[in-house]
Design a binder for this molecule. Structure first.
Ligand code: PLP
Length: 355
C-alpha cells in the first residue's frame, strides 16, 4: 500500500503525475518512443521545455524581463553560481543566515566576493527568522533562504530592500504567490516541491547578467543558458518533463494562490495538534513556523522512540528529524494530501491517549 510520505526531499509528488510519467517512460503519448530515448532537440521535447518555462511564468506572474532556466548541479551549485555571476571580487553581497543551507551559500559566496552576514539566527540554533537588520549601501544584492528545510522556519514577510534579492526557494517555490519585482534571481532544487531530483530551476532577471569582468566558464554563465533557452547542452530531460507535469497539476488545482490556502490549512491542522498534545512541542518560534517543514519534538526520549514505532506501524514514512536536530520533521509540500496530515494528527491523538 502507498505510505503517507513526509519526506523532506526527494519528496512526494502528485500520484497522477507519477502515473503519467511512468507511462511516458514506456511509450510517450503513443509515439512509440520513451521520453527517455528522444533527442532533446525533438519538437516533442522542445515543447515540454517551453511549456515548463511558460507555466512557471504564468503561475508566478513573471514577465519577459525574467528568464526561466532548468539547470543541473543542484541548488548547491547556485550557492556559487550566483556570487560568481553577480559579484566582482571587491564587491559586497549581504546574506541573512537562517540555517544550514544559508550557511553553505555564505561559504561558497566568499570564494567570489565580500560576503557580509547582516543578520543571523544561529545564536538560538536557527529557531527564528531575524527581522531587524541594516542593509549597507554598498550591498549589490541580498541573499535569503525563504524556507529553511532543516530547521522548519520560513520568511512570512520578504524584506523590502533597494537591491535585488537572490533567494533560495528550494523548499517553498510554488507554495505561495511571490512578488517577483523584489527578486533578481530565484533558485530551487526541483526535488522538494516541484519534481524529481536532477534539475534546479533558476528564474533570473535578464538585465543583471553578463556585467562582470570575471571570466566565467561557459556552463556556469547564466548568459549562456539564457541565450540558448536552457538548451545549451543536454538538459535533464526527465526531471524537466516531470516538473512540467507537476506544474500542469498545480495549475489545475487553482495555481499558487489556491495552493497557499490549502498549505495554510494543512500546516495549521498539524501545528494546532502539536500545541494541544501533551506529548509533543514545536521546535521553532511560532511566528516563523514553516508551512512546508513542520519540526517538533516529543517531550521525552521514551516518547520519541515510541512515536517512531507507531508511525512505522501506521504507514507514516520519513518523519524523522534531520540528523543534527533529532525529533520529528513532517514535510507537507504541495503534493501532500490533506488526508495524510489528518492521518498523522489522528495518530498523534491516539498516541497521547495511550501514553
Ligand atoms: C535541499 C536544499 C538545498 C540543496 O539542494 P541540492 O539540490 O541537494 O543541492 C539547498 N537549499 C535548500 C533550502 C534546500 O532545501
Amino acid at each position: 500500500m502507498k505510505k503517507h510520505n513526509f519526506s523532506s526531499g526527494p519528496a512526494i509528488l502528485p500520484q497522477s503525475v507519477m502515473e503519467e510519467a511512468a507511462k511516458a517512460v514506456v511509450d510517450w503519448n503513443g509515439i512509440g518512443l520513451s521520453v527517455l530515448e528522444m533527442s532533446h532537440r525533438s519538437k516533442e521535447f522542445t515543447a515540454v521545455m517551453e511549456e515548463a518555462q511558460q507555466l512557471t511564468k504564468e503561475l508566478l506572474h513573471i514577465g519577459d524581463d525574467y528568464c526561466v532556466l532548468f539547470l543541473t548541479g543542484g541548488a548547491s551549485s547556485q550557492f556559487y553560481m550566483t556570487a560568481m555571476n553577480f559579484l566582482e571580487q571587491n564587491e559586497t553581497a549581504c546574506y541573512i543566515d537562517t540555517g544550514n543551507w544559508s550557511a553553505k551559500a555564505i561559504h561558497e559566496g566568499k570564494i567570489f566576493g565580500n560576503i557580509e552576514v547582516i543578520a543571523s539566527s544561529k545564536d538560538r540554533n536557527y529557531v527564528y527568522i531575524p527581522k531587524e537588520f541594516t542593509l549597507p549601501s554598498h550591498a549589490k544584492y541580498l541573499h535569503i533562504t525563504t524556507n529553511n528545510t532543516v530547521q522548519g522556519t520560513q520568511f512570512h514577510h520578504i524584506p523590502n530592500v533597494d537591491v535585488p534579492i537572490v533567494a533560495d526557494m528550494s523548499s517553498d517555490i510554488f507554495s505561495r504567490p511571490i512578488d517577483i519585482k523584489k527578486y533578481g534571481l530565484i533558485y530551487a532544487g526541483a526535488q522538494k516541491n516541484m519534481g524529481p531530483a536532477g534539475t534546479t530551476m533558476v528564474i533570473v532577471r535578464k538585465d543583471l547578467v553578463g556585467k562582470l569582468s570575471r571570466q566565467i566558464p561557459t556552463m556556469l554563465d547564466y548568459a549562456t543558458h539564457i541565450k540558448k533557452g536552457s538548451m545549451f547542452n543536454t538538459p535533464p530531460v526527465f526531471p524537466v518533463f516531470v516538473s512540467m507535469l507537476t506544474l500542469r497539476w498545480l495549475k489545475a488545482q487553482g495555481g499558487v494562490e489556491a495552493m497557499e490556502q490549502i498549505n495554510i490549512a494543512k500546516a495549521k491542522m498539524l501545528y494546532d495538534e502539536i500545541d494541544r498534545n501533551s506529548c509533543f512541542r514545536g521546535r521553532v518560534d511560532e511566528a516563523d513556523r514553516s508551512l512546508m517543514n513542520v519540526t517538533f519534538f516529543a517531550e521525552t526520549p521514551e516518547l520519541e522512540k515510541a512515536f517512531y514505532e507507531i508511525c512505522e506501524a501506521e504507514h507514516i514514512s520519513q518523519i524523522k528529524g534531520y540528523r543534527t536536530i533529532g525529533g520529528f520533521r513532517a514535510s507537507i509540500y504541495n503534493a501532500m494530501p490533506t488526508s495524510s496530515v489528518e492521518h498523522l494528527v489522528q495518530v498523534m491523538k491516539r498516541f497521547e491517549e495511550q501514553a
